[in-house]
Design a protein around this ligand. Structure first.
Ligand code: URP
Ligand code: ZN
Ligand code: ZN
Ligand code: ZN
Length: 477
């Protein structure tokens, strides 16, 4: 099966070019000047399919390096399965996800890794890899880290919050980071000071502050800055590279920037929710249907921050200047009915998470339209760097000969109305992005050479996606 994508503007992280892209089987065979022949062969006449991309961008498929499909969390499970969540991702122009294998205390890491394969294998619409979460750091877990690297799981997330659930103490974190420094893994951190947060939550509840707004009020930026700093010091001491997930506070960005300024391999991601949504407007929202529980739709950690404090401007700026390197969704959807609802009357029992896997590419393209980032930088933060950061670059994150043919034809003159009943394919009974109107539109999505989305129609099937055995990070300096 051969396809020629002609007349488009190919956008890679390195720049843009008017070019035709020849796909042969599952990979990119050539990127050619428009209308080129190849060894005298008229391509258009000899390929199986011709796709006209005139007026459109031809970009490497999105890589969302932070998702939680079917995650057991907060007394329930994230509402997207690997099947529904990866299909929604495909609709939105994402062709690879990296999901988190969960290990709770007393569970064995390797058992959980195999369980995640059982959940995902044969069910995904697009390619998928895994990171591994470590909670209690058993001797066995350290051995598993070495074994997992051979399986293509080359990154490990630890938590400084959620005592009794995920939280590792600093000594456990140190031991895991020491192992990461030895075996080349990327160490990922949920950087919030859980002990401080737990006291603030208790005090808020005792004072009768039970609404979702107080989720944000009890997880202040100081808790994020302090934990980010501590994680950087543990990385510093051990020599392990550090990747801080879901950065929302400008003060945490400053910590990361300062460490980078000292020449450290310290990196950070932010998520669309922190770039657009806020404590005041979302966590503090009221509605006819849900009253002051409306804000539960946006309960996630780290929390949405106060718009008035200026975090969003700093996050966009950091994405421009590479103080932050990439944007993932932290896709962790829960329905309002029966899931978020568990925390009515007690915000601390609201399952934490927001679903965005379908909208990341569009929401970030809006950053190009708004003049916040350049066109190649859009591709870089949404596809190229995630691939490099997590050892997939060359196959993923770039349109070049030999790369997997994961390609999105993106229509910059299109428009996307986000919301339930419009562009909403995630298994959630609401959209965290209801009413968002963004420029740009995902027209065609090709996953390893196969068209899976054709002008808004999903034409792929569960099981198209394959496990990506990742290498070590290609982003280290
Ligand atoms: O609220 C969030 N972020 N839920 C998912 C789990 C995590 O901490 O990433
Ligand atoms: Zn986290
Ligand atoms: Zn997460
Ligand atoms: Zn269109």
């Amino acid at each position: 099966m051969t396809t020629l994508i002609k007349n488009g503007t190919v956008v890679n992280a390195t720049g843009t070019a008017a070019a035709d892209v020849l796909v042969d089987g599952e990979t990119v065979a050539a990127v050619l000047a428009p209308g080129s022949t190849l060894l005298g062969v008229d391509l258009e006449a000899s390929v199986d399919t011709v796709l006209d991309a005139a007026g459109k961008y031809v970009i490497p498929g999105g890589v969302d390096a932070h998702t939680h499909m079917e995650m057991p969390f907060g007394g329930t499970f994230a509402s997207d399965t690997f099947e529904t969540g990866t299909r929604a991702a495909a609709w939105g122009g994402t062709t690879t996800i990296v999901d988190f294998v969960v290990q709770y205390p007393d569970q064995r890491v390797m058992d959980q890794y195999h369980l995640w394969h059982e959940k995902a294998d044969g069910n995904c619409a697009i390619d998928y890899g895994f990171h591994q979460i470590l909670s209690d750091v058993q001797d066995d877990s350290l051995k598993a880290m070495d074994e997992l690297i051979g399986e293509g799981v080359t990154s490990f997330k630890l938590f400084m919050a959620y005592k009794g659930v995920f939280l590792s103490d600093d000594g456990q974190i140190l031991r895991a980071f020491q192992r990461g420094a030895e075996n080349g893994a990327m160490m990922m951190m949920h950087a919030e000071n859980g002990a401080m947060i737990d006291v603030l939550v208790q005090q808020a509840l005792e004072a009768g502050h039970t609404t979702p707004y107080y989720h944000g009020m009890t997880r202040p930026w100081q808790a994020e800055e302090e934990a980010t700093h501590r994680a950087i010091m543990i990385a510093d001491l051990t020599g392990a590279p550090l990747y801080v997930v879901h950065v929302s506070a400008k003060q945490a960005v400053e910590q990361i920037a300062a460490a980078r300024g000292r020449g450290r391999n310290v990196f950070g991601e932010t998520c669309p929710q922190y770039l657009y949504l806020s404590l005041e407007e979302q966590l503090g929202a009221r509605s006819e249907e849900w009253g002051d529980f409306e804000g539960a739709k946006w309960v996630c950690s780290t929390p949405l921050r106060a718009r008035a404090e200026g975090h969003q401007e700093q996050l966009w700026q950091a994405l421009r200047t590479n103080d932050l390197q990439m944007v993932s969704t932290d896709h962790c959807p829960f329905c309002m009915k029966e899931q978020k609802d568990l925390g009515r009357g007690d915000f601390s029992k609201i399952p934490n998470g927001i679903g965005s896997v379908e909208h990341r590419m569009d929401l970030l393209y809006q950053g190009v339209v708004d003049g916040r980032i350049s066109l190649p930088r859009w591709v870089e933060i949404a596809s190229t760097t995630p691939a490099r950061m997590f050892g997939m670059y060359g196959r993923k994150g770039v349109i070049q000969p030999g790369a997997d043919a994961d390609i999105v034809v993106y229509d910059p003159s299109g428009h996307t109305s986000i919301g339930v009943g419009r562009t909403h394919h995630m298994a959630m009974d609401y959209s965290a992005w209801e009413g968002f109107e963004v420029d740009g539109h995902v027209d065609t999505v090709i996953s390893r050479g196969k068209v899976v989305v054709d002008d808004g129609e999903y034409v792929g099937s569960a099981g198209d996606g394959r496990y990506v055995k990742r290498g070590l990070s290609q982003y280290l300096t």
